[in-house]
Design a protein around this ligand. Structure first.
Ligand code: ANZ
Ligand code: ZN
Length: 834
């Protein structure tokens, strides 16, 4: 059997592992624990190469930790709520639950065929009541602790589909499906008080030294702590009884660059003015049609309405600024009013150009640029203050402090700490999500569903034939009695943002009792996750929400952990060449044979190497590849070549190379007649590999570990028969086991070893064999380096002295002088004093 039979071996060992419960994590084990977790997948229908790469990395680490004697928790589950299931329901007329569960079944099968060392007994799906019911319980705990509240807030409303759209579903101001102009609407929505933890979330980042720097910076910027100011503008003419208003700024240093002030369309002053100004009223209506997404406000044309009023500059009573109502000022943010500084804010600059307002530079990167004109781009960089009277020459931060001090001294303004972070709006007007466990009663207001009545289960009998939220129009589901007064009442029909589901699943993996979200003591045995692995696309939201949720649970005494993930690794993407036909249409790799379009014989243009995506048709489905080459070859491919944080290009030749390597491993681990004799060189190579590969896997340097395994394999192949060679081949099986576990089990059994390699320990290395046999000795005369020599390690003093005296360079340096003293430090140096 010169060839490794992956078809047989894969199925066999996967069954054995399952039967023996090999990867069952034991809560009561006395061993040191390791919690290895990859971000759980959304059950879209198929496992893709990105999943394979992600889960292979986690699997190697999990298996390696087991070999190091750890009790490992390595679970898998499904982030199973969300929009695509509802889209499928609308398009294919299948129930979101049926669609999701079928996808889970298919993907579970695919994952199992890759032989991941997962504890399937802990599998969970967020769409099942046993999970989301416990999430509802946690939501109510947070509600009771005042970390949940309800507030009016603007949403993107699609007037044709009669539905709320997520920011991603608004494209150029229009609903992605209906194409209708999206409106801003106010709805009462549920919020989680993440801002309560802003400082702590920021501080905590400092402790996360096993997170990528990049991710920590992204979170820091997202939280966005800075110094700001609120101050009052006096109106030149009162509007009703309003004689001024407050503005909020993060750049008080630029106050001398002000050229206008602006208020939101729904600011009380704008509303009051619109009451007898139909033109303004029409403008306000128009403003409501801009979406709420920051990106959208950024790109929408800046429009304003000149109220004819003006305000007084707080640092100069003779200086008047015109007052506009502007579409880019939001009522929900700050005070709903701003001063505009076109030179240093892009929105203000666009606005100023449109309405011919002055543009004055007040920050310059260098003294020479104090009067450098501003063209199309606002200057938002660092520098010193110019054209600003008493602020001239100060840095931006010094000037901020100076203006705040002046405002506070004179009583027209106050400094504030400002956060970019907003509270987390979790209400979604969707069916396929966790029902928010609240009942609205006319007399009692919002009332928590009693815990005994949880879970609030989603009704199955819903239709997606007409737009809107099926929970809302369900004939009976929402009609209940008020838990506190028994009057007729209605359920909340909003469901939770699916990011809530993924904010605590890692705790539920650690402990999943039936009667509560988790058992504190058991959860704490595993938590925090030692190594979390996933895509960098989750660098901000998911990771921040999970950090928040864990802190919130800590605050209410549910768990003694604040940071959920000690180590974080963000892996690169899997890429592939792209192809086009002569008409410029994307072609999938399957449409091509021998460089031409199979169907037509037309030539194929090979395009750039890009992330696998459906739109570019460069997706390679792992399923058939696993059939053809086996799980181990695919796993090996995922670990080879590229560092794990970089992109990895999928190629046919690459996977073939992996398959050939698997077969080489298979051949050199074949037992033969035991050979005699020692091969010191091979011994040393083996022990270096044992230590080196362990260090590489520890540092998630999988490609480096793979390179070392190639080297060792070459060395074993080249070595003549010896006891050392037999031992090296035997050890090799253990060294490759985390990466190619099916081959390793098969080879292990063939070598006559008892037990599974899944239960075997990592080989021990002999530290003595890691050290070099030869050392470089420094040769000095009066402490000055004159020459070096290479000597066997442990060479004695007399021999070293003799070798030094024989050096030409030393002889020349001595200039015939007689040595007074010779100092020899074995393995290090010889110093001749003259
Ligand atoms: C004057 C100024 C000068 C500003 C300058 C910026 C640059 P971030 O950093 O995103 O928090 N702003 C304040 N309230 C607003 C609102 N309700 N709607 C729209 N914009 C508003 O943004 C803070 C800045 O956004 C504030 O600082 C304010 O413009 C504007 F060179 O004040 B600034
Ligand atoms: Zn009531």
């Amino acid at each position: 059997n010169a060839r490794f039979n992956h078809v047989k071996a894969d199925a066999h060992w996967q069954r054995v592992w399952e039967e023996q419960g090999s990867f069952h994590a034991d809560d009561t084990s006395a061993k040191p624990r390791a919690y290895v977790l990859e971000m759980f997948p959304y059950p879209s229908g198929r496992i893709h190469m990105g999943h394979v790469r992600n889960y292979t990395m986690g699997d190697v680490l999990a298996r390696f930790r087991r070999m190091q004697g750890h009790e490992v928790l390595h679970p898998m589950g499904w982030d199973a709520f969300g929009m695509p299931a509802e889209n499928a329901a609308m398009e294919k007329k299948v129930h979101p639950g049926d669609w999701t569960r079928a996808n889970i079944a298919a993907m579970r099968g695919q994952l199992k065929r890759l032989g991941f060392a997962l504890d399937w007994s802990r599998e969970l799906a967020t769409c099942e009541p046993d999970y989301y019911g416990q999430e509802q319980a946690l939501f109510l705990d947070l509600y009771a602790a005042n970390l949940v509240y309800r507030k009016e807030s603007a949403v993107n409303w699609d007037p044709v589909d009669m539905t709320v759209l997520a920011n991603e579903q608004v494209i150029d101001g229009r609903g992605w499906r209906s194409g209708a102009l999206v409106e801003r609407r106010k709805l009462s929505q549920w919020f989680l008080k993440i801002t309560d933890f802003a400082d702590d979330l920021l501080d905590g980042l400092k402790t996360l030294d096993q997170w990528p720097e990049k991710v920590r910076t992204m979170q820091e910027n997202w939280i966005g702590k800075s110094q700001g100011m609120r101050f009052r503008f006096a109106l030149d003419r009162a509007v009703g009884d309003i004689d001024g208003f407050e503005v909020f700024t993060t750049r008080p240093d630029t106050l001398f660059g002000a050229s206008f002030s602006a208020i939101a369309a729904d600011h009380p002053i704008a509303q009051a003015l619109a009451a007898n100004n139909s033109e303004l009223a029409a403008f306000i209506e128009d403003c409501k049609r801009t979406g709420t997404a920051a990106a959208e406000i950024e790109t929408a044309e800046k429009k304003g309405f000149d109220t004819g009023l003006s305000v007084t500059h707080p640092l100069d009573p003779t200086w008047k600024l015109p007052l506009f109502v502007a579409n880019f000022v939001l009522m929900e943010y700050g005070t709903g009013a701003v001063f505009g500084c076109p030179a240093h804010d892009q929105r203000d600059l666009d606005f100023a150009r449109k309405y011919a307002l002055p543009v004055t530079r007040v920050v310059a990167p260098s003294p020479e640029e104090a009067d450098a004109p501003i063209h199309d781009e606002a200057y938002v960089g660092p520098g010193r203050i110019v054209n600003s009277r008493f602020l001239d020459g100060l840095s931006v931060d010094e000037a901020k402090a100076a203006v705040i001090a002046r405002g506070e001294g004179e009583g027209w303004g106050t400094g504030t700490t400002v956060w970019r972070l907003r509270d987390w709006g979790v209400s979604r007007q969707r069916y396929w999500g966790t029902p928010i466990p609240i009942i609205h009663c006319e007399s009692c207001g919002p009332v928590a569903v009693p815990k005994a009545d949880l879970p609030v289960v989603l009704p199955e009998d819903v239709s997606f034939d007409i737009p809107g939220n099926p929970l809302d129009r369900h004939p009976t589901w929402k009609h209940v009695t008020c838990p506190s007064c028994n009057a007729p009442a209605v359920r909340e029909t909003d469901t939770l943002d699916t990011f809530v589901d993924s904010s605590w699943y890692f705790i539920r993996f650690a402990s999943q009792p039936d009667d509560q979200p988790f058992d504190r003591a058991t959860a704490e045995k595993w938590m925090p996750v030692g190594q979390y692995i996933g895509g960098v696309e989750h660098a901000i939201l998911h990771l921040l929400y999970a950090r928040f949720w864990t802190r919130a649970l800590e605050r209410i005494g549910k768990i003694g952990v604040k940071e959920p993930f000690t180590g974080l690794f963000t892996q690169g993407m899997v890429t592939h060449e792209t192809y086009k036909d002569p008409a410029g249409q994307w072609l999938s790799p399957e449409d091509i044979s021998n460089g031409v379009v199979t169907a037509t014989g037309e030539p194929v243009t090979v395009g750039r190497i890009e992330k696998m995506s459906k739109s570019k048709k460069n997706v390679v489905d792992p399923g058939p590849i696993v059939d053809q080459y086996g799980a181990d070859a695919v796993r090996w491919f995922m670990l080879s070549d590229s560092p794990p944080e970089r992109d990895l290009e999928w190629t046919e030749s690459g996977i073939e190379g992996c398959w050939r390597f698997i077969n080489r491993l298979w051949r050199i681990t074949e037992p033969g007649e035991p050979a005699q004799g020692q091969d010191k060189d091979l011994d040393r190579k083996l022990h270096r590999a044992i230590a080196g590969i362990a260090a590489d896997i520890d540092a998630l340097g999988f490609n480096r570990a793979v390179a070392k395994l190639h080297e060792l394999t070459n060395a074993i192949e080249k070595a003549s028969p010896s006891a050392s060679r037999d031992a090296a081949a035997r050890a090799l099986v253990r060294l490759v086991a985390p990466m190619v576990p099916h081959l390793a089990e098969e080879a292990w059994a063939r070598l006559g070893e008892t037990g599974l390699i899944a239960d075997a320990l990592w080989p021990k290395h002999d530290p003595a064999l890691l050290v070099d046999d030869e050392v470089t000795i420094a040769l000095q005369v009066n402490g000055k380096l004159r020459d070096t020599l290479v000597a066997p390690k442990g060479t004695d003093r007399a021999a070293l002295e003799a070798m030094a005296m024989a050096s030409d360079k030393i002889v020349r340096s001595l200039e015939r002088a007689a040595p007074k003293k010779v100092i020899v430090v074995p393995d290090r140096l010889v110093n001749i004093v003259i």
